[in-house]
Design a protein. Structure first.
Length: 237
């Protein structure tokens, strides 16, 4: 593997590793193709916001993210080997036919609900966490509201990780454990079905994937009995 000697070099190596063209990366970040070209050629430095977006779209591991952002600002960072970035994003994000999902319809008329949820999130981040109920009849958009809230808050908060789970009242004797099973499966990389359904964003997938080494370590050390009980062992291996 090559040594990473500059920010533009890091962006270029990571982009190619993920199989992205400059045009594809520019579209994901929301900038012009020439901007990516100039960044890779060290002719331009990204803004702080663009550096964060590049870190997300290039799936820079959390352990290296601070170095990536510092290098983007032109600060000195000790030489980094690209071999440290061995955890590639999940395969379903690397296939064009899977990644090109059908666009979701515009999300409108729910700004007051999003603002209400944001108030509760702020309280939780300040140490006052509590349960929030979203009530409504079937088909009223409760799941979509939560998906949009998760997407919006993760775009504005780079340190926020969202995990979802579901309950079913007619799922048999194992129903009480289903939310815990859903959480554990998401934390251990089982996200493709949610991605295809449009209920989880690319940013959310990458942040959960970035936690995978830490999740597996905690699972092996603290909850090995959960393997092949609440989560299948073979995919985890």
């Amino acid at each position: 593997m090559n040594e990473i000697v500059s920010f533009g070099d890091w962006v270029r190596q990571r982009r190619k590793m993920l199989g992205l063209t400059q045009a594809a990366l520019a579209k994901q970040v929301g900038c012009a193709v020439i901007t990516i070209k100039k960044i890779e050629q060290e002719e331009r430095r990204p803004s702080a916001q663009m550096a964060q977006l590049l870190a997300d779209q290039l799936a820079i591991p959390q352990s290296l993210r601070d170095d990536f952002l510092k290098m983007g600002r032109g600060q000195f960072v000790p030489e980094i080997s690209s071999s440290q970035e061995v955890l590639l994003p999940p395969a379903f994000l690397q296939h064009k036919e899977t990644a090109a999902r059908q666009a979701m319809p515009p999300f409108v008329t729910r700004q007051s609900e999003l603002a209400w949820l944001a108030i509760h999130l702020e309280a939780a981040l300040e140490g006052d966490g509590h349960v929030v109920f979203i009530l409504g009849e079937a088909g009223r958009g409760k799941t979509r509201l939560m998906a949009e809230f998760a997407r919006h808050t993760q775009e504005s908060r780079t340190d926020l990780v969202v995990v979802e789970a579901h309950c079913y009242d007619q799922a048999g004797s194992g129903a009480p454990y289903m939310p815990f099973q859903d959480v554990l499966r998401s934390l251990t990389g089982d996200m493709e079905a949610r991605w295809k359904s449009g209920n989880i964003s690319r940013t959310q997938v990458l942040r959960l994937w970035d936690l995978l080494p830490h999740t597996i370590q905690a699972l092996v050390e603290l909850g090995p009995a959960l393997v092949d009980t609440l989560i299948p062992g073979k995919p985890l291996l």
